[in-house]
Design a protein around this ligand. Structure first.
Ligand code: HGY
Ligand code: MN
Ligand code: MN
Length: 422
């Protein structure tokens, strides 16, 4: 920030109560059954959340544009609109048993920045765009961070439209059904920088009693989807030796995936979170099992070695049980290193505001991972209670939300260039 702007910038703070109230208001849409949220991508609840976000943006005089993946861009003009925008945002879709803050904190803190700039009557040199990325979670339509992936040129629009959920509904059809297919092309335009605020979703910040996570890197991921085909038969009258049990194969491969992750810990993690078994009847030997192994590591070589070991072991298990096997890479992204200049702005903002900070590697994937391919990008994290996330009991404190939103505020306006003449 220049010296005058620094005077103004130094006193910039968001309105903590207004941010918290917006978070609680958004959390009313797509409630879970235990205090969290079930607002999965492209459901009617996702559509309702989009409409509420649109209403709030329009109340701040922002111009809303939507692209063909349903990504929403709410724009506040700068003094020089020939300059590329500084983008700031996250996602509003949640897991089926998600929390209130995973995603919405990043979108609504961005909105709070605009509300605070409007209140202060301040302008920026660059335009600022708040972003709501479609389908970050990837739980209904794999892979995760799908729409930011199309924006960054990692996936094609056609490929994304063809992805289907467990019922066979396609992404493209569902986006049309909820009425959020925008006119704008996806990506392919200059972005000055992208910042994302997100809860840590792990225990490090809280255990260290640190306010701000300065995310320098993010670990990579492989989602390996396995389909096993056996033979449905009676669980009572079929001799053990002649069973072709897809459920047994899934259990053995799930255990093997865990053992591979344990062998590579702490440099890697792994689990099976998704599994469907058919016909899922107590007295029928499962004829089919579809499940997904989630492997992650900051080291891409570790991920590919784990993947190779899993595939070799899974084929052996399938052969020993007489099962058919198909293996698909349902999601993948490499480890990411964020932009040093953006990271330095986050560090400087935390120091200027007097918050404690520490560098972090993100365990979870985020839209910022793909945005780092097309723009200078950095992430800010705040602690979460017990490090818990992807659980309806996910919780943060209002102070954590306010502190991290203030750091985001300063990093964004420093990048956008605050104009001191208001
Ligand atoms: O899976 C992830 O890391 C993110 O929550 N989509
Ligand atoms: Mn998230
Ligand atoms: Mn999530």
């Amino acid at each position: 920030m220049n010296s005058d702007a620094n005077m103004i910038g130094r006193n910039l703070r968001i309105d903590a109560d207004r941010l918290w109230n917006s978070l609680m208001e958004m959390a009313k849409i797509g409630p879970g059954v235990a205090g969290g949220n079930n607002r999965q991508a492209l459901t009617d609840d996702d559509a309702a959340a989009r409409r509420l976000f649109q209403t709030w943006c329009e109340a701040e005089g922002l111009a809303l544009q939507t692209d063909q993946m349903g990504n929403m861009f709410a724009r506040r003009d700068g003094v020089d609109n020939s300059l590329p925008p500084v983008m700031v945002g996250s996602h509003l879709d949640t897991q089926p048993t998600g929390g209130k803050y995973d995603g919405p904190l990043g979108v609504l803190a961005a909105l709070e920045i605009i509300r605070s700039l409007n209140e202060a009557g301040l302008k920026t040199r660059h335009p600022i765009e708040i972003v709501n990325w479609t389908n970050e979670e990837g739980c209904r339509f794999a892979p995760p961070m799908m729409a930011s992936g199309v924006f960054a040129g990692v996936h094609s629009l056609e490929w994304a439209y063809q992805r289907t959920d467990a019922t066979g509904a396609s992404f493209g059809d569902e986006l049309k059904r909820i009425g959020w297919v925008g006119d704008e092309p996806v990506g392919g335009r200059p972005v000055a920088a992208f910042f994302e605020l997100h809860i840590e979703q792990g225990p490090i910040l809280e255990d260290s009693n640190i306010d701000i996570g300065v995310v320098t890197h993010g670990q990579g991921l492989n989602w390996i989807r396995i389909t096993l085909t056996g033979k449905e038969a009676h669980t009572g009258s079929t001799p053990m030796a002649s069973r072709v049990n897809a459920g047994l194969g899934m259990a053995q491969i799930t255990l093997m995936a865990h053992q591979i992750a344990m062998k590579n810990a702490p440099r890697a993690v792994g689990a099976v979170g998704h599994c469907d078994i058919f016909p899922n009847s107590t007295n029928i030997i499962p004829g089919k099992a579809i499940f997904t192994v989630d492997f992650r590591s900051p080291d891409p070589e570790v991920i590919s070695a784990m993947n190779a070991e899993l595939q070799a072991g899974a084929n052996e298990i399938a052969a020993s049980l007489g099962l058919g096997i198909e293996i698909e890479l349902a999601g993948a992204f490499d480890p990411v290193a964020f932009d040093q200049a953006c990271i330095d702005r986050v560090r400087g903002a935390a120091d200027r505001l007097g918050y404690s900070r520490m560098d972090l590697v993100s365990g979870a994937g985020h839209d910022a991972f793909w945005m780092s391919k097309v723009a200078p990008t950095a992430m800010i994290m705040c602690p979460c209670v017990g490090g818990l996330s992807h659980n309806e009991a996910e919780e943060i404190s209002q102070d954590w939300a306010a502190a991290s939103a203030n750091v985001l505020f300063h990093a964004v306006v420093e990048t956008a260039g605050l104009i001191s003449d208001g």
